[in-house]
Structure formats: C-alpha cells, structure tokens
Design a protein around this ligand. Structure first.
Ligand code: SF4
Ligand code: SF4
Length: 350
C-alpha cells in the first residue's frame, strides 16, 4: 500500500466506488487508510476494517494502477490481519463460522432437485465442479448446466457431497490456516480425477492460482466451463441464430485467468457477438454473491450500473459465465433486456 502514489488513476474504474459514489470505496482511499494504520498513526478501527470488506477484489484497479502495484494484494493482507487480530466484523465471522461448520459460507442446505439430478449421474474421471454459489444460490442454473452437458454427450460426474473449494474463505480472510485446511481437504477429494471442469470461474481461479501459491498439489487438469463447452461444441452442429449476444466478461476469467476468447467463439457459433462497454480485460464487475450477504443494496447498484453500460451499447441479450453475476443481473434486469447464462444461450440454438 505504500507503493500507492495516491494518483487517482484507478478512481473511475472501481465498480463499488462508482455504485456508492464514495471516495472511501476507491483503492486509493483504502491504501491511505491502511498506510496510516501501518504507521500506527490511527487504530485498525471498525470503520477501516469495514472499508476493507467493501472491496470486491475484482482487480480493475490492479489493471489500471500506474505503479504496477496490486491493491487486491494489500486488501487481502488487511483482511488476514483483521482475522489474526480477532477483529473480523460480525457479518464476516458469520460466514467464516458457517463454512467451517456446514461446509458452505451461506450455511445453506442442498437443493433437493439438484441433489436428485446429481444422484442420477454415472461415474466418470471427469468431475464437473459446481461450486458454492451455484449449488446454494443458483441451483436452477447448475441443473441446466448439467442437462446441457448430458445433451452434448459429455462424460462427467458431479459429487453429491462436493467439498468447498475454499474460494469464499480466501475472499474473506485470505491465506489463513483455516483457508489452507479447506484447500487441502478439497484437493484430497479431487485428486485422482483426470480433469475438473469448474462451473464457477471463482473455483477455477483458486484451483489454478491460490492452491499453487499455498503449495497444494493437484494432479488433475483444470478447465473452466466455457473452455469445456468450447471443446464439446467444436465438432457439434448447432443452429446459427439471428440472436445478438453481448458477453459480460467475468472479472476473474478476464483478468485473473486471462480467458476471454472461448465465450466469443461459442457465441459466434450460435449467433452474433456485440461487445459490451468495457469488455475483456477492461470488464466491470456485475455482482458478487458473498458481498451481497452484507451489502445487498450496493450489489444491486453495481448490477444496475452494468445494465446501464449494456443499454448504452444497445445490447439486447447479456450473456454471463458467472453464477453470481447471473443472480444479480437477473434480479435487476430492466424491461426490454435479457440476461442468459452461457448454457441458456447455447440451449436456445441446439
Ligand atoms: S479490486 Fe475492484 S472493488 Fe476493489 S478497489 Fe479495486 S476496482 Fe474497486
Ligand atoms: S492507480 Fe495505483 S498508485 Fe494510483 S491511486 Fe490507484 S492504487 Fe494508488
């Protein structure tokens, strides 16, 4: 955070700062507050800690930062610091406790219909990993994704008792011992599969990046759902429709995993692509379900801002690869526009 020059060059691209209109929600303001704490000029107070949790870790400021420094890194370190100091806000502690006690940060029960669908699947050495957001917040989408893979003739299975990938805990407290324990347990369950296809980009990111950083070995190939669909569709004949699709690039896919082409290849095969304002690596976040647990009004505003971007480029159908962004875009959808998951878009053209 001391590398921050307080230059403001990242001010305009923060989805949270844009949604709240508050200076405190920019990377610059967060760096300033935390550098005062580091210099022992001020206490690591409740207000500064809350501010640390108002960041979506979306990386837009990292991409823009003129110093080449990483505001996400110091924000995650500050979250870890709050956890180690026993200063986690109650809304964070609730989710941390839930994942350790129930296996998911939402403390939610499995969806009966989704469980029944999973029980009907055969064994395979390809595991389709649904992730916590899809299993507990958008189970209908998870079920539709399974249906599409079956229709495409994919050989895969889904774990009925899928372990938590650790993404949620990594988001909330960074590289704490508890996060590493979850990573370890998940890797032990998944090792032995030939490949793991991640429905949620967030899980692909932790498997590829955070597990590696923590020295957790995985012996399976990691594919995103979009990459897998792109392979599955490469030798399938699909109907090219007149539909015009506008991809909402997931910040995790576009910036962390540098994956932006497979969704376009698929959408060009089934229709036509019309680009969103701020696309590919310049994408803007459209929602985060973990933050929706403690700042739902801001998350609504973030999604509405993205709808404004879509309207401004004349988009009609926005297509997302993220369960979290689907949930928040669907909840705020303006009249005359539509949001589809990638599987819904493909299903329309089979
Ligand atoms: S990571 Fe995203 S949400 Fe956090 S300060 Fe940077 S741009 Fe804003
Ligand atoms: S662009 Fe980088 S150096 Fe400038 S204010 Fe933002 S975080 Fe600080």
């Amino acid at each position: 955070m001391d590398a921050c020059r307080f230059c403001w060059m990242c001010r305009h691209i923060c989805p949270i700062g844009n949604a709240t209109g508050q200076e405190r929600n920019t990377a610059r303001a967060r760096a300033l507050g935390l550098s005062l704490v580091a210099r022992e000029a001020v206490e690591y107070s409740e207000d500064i800690i809350n501010n640390v949790y108002e960041c979506a870790l979306c990386g837009a400021c990292v991409k823009e930062c003129v110093t080449g420094w990483d505001p996400v890194a110091f924000t995650k370190e500050a979250r870890l610091g709050a956890a180690l100091d026993g200063k986690l806000p109650p809304y964070v502690l609730k989710m941390v406790t839930a994942v350790l006690e129930t296996g998911n940060i939402y403390g939610a029960k499995p969806d009966d219909k989704l469980t029944a669908k999973i029980k009907g699947l055969k064994k395979s050495d390809t595991l389709f990993f649904l992730g916590a957001d899809a299993r507990y917040k958008t189970p209908k989408n998870a079920g539709e994704a399974i249906d599409l893979l079956l229709k495409l003739g994919a050989d895969f299975t889904v774990l009925e008792n899928e372990p938590d990938s650790g993404y949620g805990l990594d988001f909330l407290v960074g590289a704490a011992a508890e996060t590493k324990t979850l990573f370890d347990a998940c890797a032990k369950t998944l090792n032995g599969y030939k490949q793991v296809v991640c429905y949620d980009p967030a899980d692909a990111k932790v498997f590829r990046r955070e597990y590696k950083e923590q020295g957790i070995g995985v012996d399976f190939a990691i594919l995103t759902f979009t990459e897998y669909l792109s392979i599955m569709l490469s030798n399938k004949s699909v109907k090219k429709s007149d539909l015009v699709f506008t991809p909402q690039d997931s910040a995790i896919l576009a910036r962390d995993l540098e994956e932006t082409q497979p969704i376009r290849d698929i959408l060009e095969k089934i229709g036509r692509v019309s680009e969103m304002l701020c696309n590919r690596r310049d994408t803007m976040l459209a929602g985060n379900l973990i933050m929706n647990e403690y700042m739902p009004l801001v998350m609504r505003r973030v999604a509405l801002d993205r709808w404004t971007n879509a309207k401004n480029v004349g988009a009609k159908i926005v297509v997302t690869e993220s369960p979290a962004e689907y949930a928040l875009l669907a909840a705020t959808k303006p009249e005359g526009l539509d949001v589809l998951s990638l599987e819904e878009a493909i299903e329309k053209c089979l």
